[in-house]
Design a protein around this ligand. Sequence first.
Ligand code: XMP
Length: 514
Amino acid sequence: MNQEKVIVIDFGGQYNQLVARRVRECNVYCEIYSYKTDIEQIKAMNPKGIILTGGPNSCYEEGAPTYTKELFELGIPVLGLCYGAQLMMHVLGGKVEKAPVREYGKTEVFVDTTSPLFTDVTPTTICWMSHFDYISKTAPGFSIVAHTADCPVATAENREKNLYAIQFHPEVLHTQEGTKMLYNFVRGVCGCAGTWRMDSFVENTIKEIREKVGDGKVLLALSGGVDSSVAAGLLSRAIGKQLTCVFVDHGLLRKDEGDEVEAVFGPNGQFDLNFIRVNAQERYYGKLAGVTEPEQKRKIIGEEFIRVFEEEAKKIGAVDFLAQGTIYPDVVESGLGGESAVIKSHHNVGGLPEYVDFKEIIEPLRNLFKDEVRKAGLELGIPEKLVFRQPFPGPGLGIRIIGEVTAEKVRIVQDADAIYREEIAKAGLDRSIGQYFAALTNMRSVGVMGDERTYDYAVALRAVNTVDFMTAEAAEIPFEVLQTVMSRIINEVRGVNRVFYDLTSKPPGTIEFE
Ligand code: XMP
């Protein structure tokens, strides 16, 4: 890609993907690389700017992540954030120590608005601080351009060399003018023109796909989720009927979802492609009969998906490319990760079968963040309903039905969930809550309805706010909305006589129930 580019060097902080997302919001393309990346590789990418992220270490300790001094001598503007700022000072001859006062949270910061970093920023503004160490002495050639009550060096600059060190986190939204500061760095200091736009991404990617695929055949497993749908849209616009999409309806989708996917991508939809829908409900319910253990359910659903897909692929015969809807966070996490424990197996992240006969993988979305995938989807004319769809796990309702999965339970949870989603949308909350859904507990209890004793299931409602799905908090849904949902579910969904709202955050809970 012939894009102007900013490189984010990752020192292991929790907001690192956010840094990259904010830079892209300034219409500047950027990529994240580990601090272990060789300087020659960085140079070869010819970046317009470099950003060093935060991280959990103390830069003066032995073995702490570091970077060669040469990085600051390339003539490329560098911005250090938090750990990155401390490291810049440490490497260039300043001093970093344990702070007498640990700063955490929203903090008033006084900035020198003559600094190019603070153009149009108000002189007293709010920033997000989170640090144990602090810069006690700036490196030679640097001057202080921001401070707080407890932090003498909230920002230091060497304007001549275009080196900037910010102790706080401009990437976090609590820093009220943080995006402006990052904009000032990438568009002002680095001089990026801001050419990263989704309309040109779509156009360029279509061209690239055509060049790469030639007259070859492409096979894509379409799940109906945002990523595979946008991948299908792009490929279809690029190569039309050379693309075949296999959509496996495993009977664990949300209410009417299979038909909605078919309406968009099927023969009567707006895209030119070969669409194969496999109705595998009975097959799945058969395999899942009597199975209650969550990981076993996940495994069965995942493996069965591969079996079905493989059977369809065999009918199609050899293809040249297998397309996947991999997105940038998957790439970053698989490149840098490996240390976090596997809490649940996410079958559709790990990739698809070896058994399908293809020569190469094609991943048209591998450079995009989720919000960019959505924008690309809108550019392609994919309906908003699909583009802004809730995240939905690969194993589907299979992990939202606690205990054994049966056709009857699937019907109950589909109907309850549809009511919940409808009422959330009616209350205007659908875009503001991170993720929300109904699940079916394995609990039955006694109730009374129309003078009759009932012994029915309890539905659990879940709604969480989350930035990255790694942590989450229960969303505060107005009580009236919950009451309406409860009364509609009990009245309209046969087999349910109780509704719970789940207050658990993550951790200790997970977002899904299994
Ligand atoms: P948990 O339950 O792990 O969910 O807190 C975090 C996010 O991941 C989604 N999720 C999955 N997504 N395959 C997926 O593609 C899976 O197996 C899977 N399990 C959970 C979940 O919906 C939430 O957004």
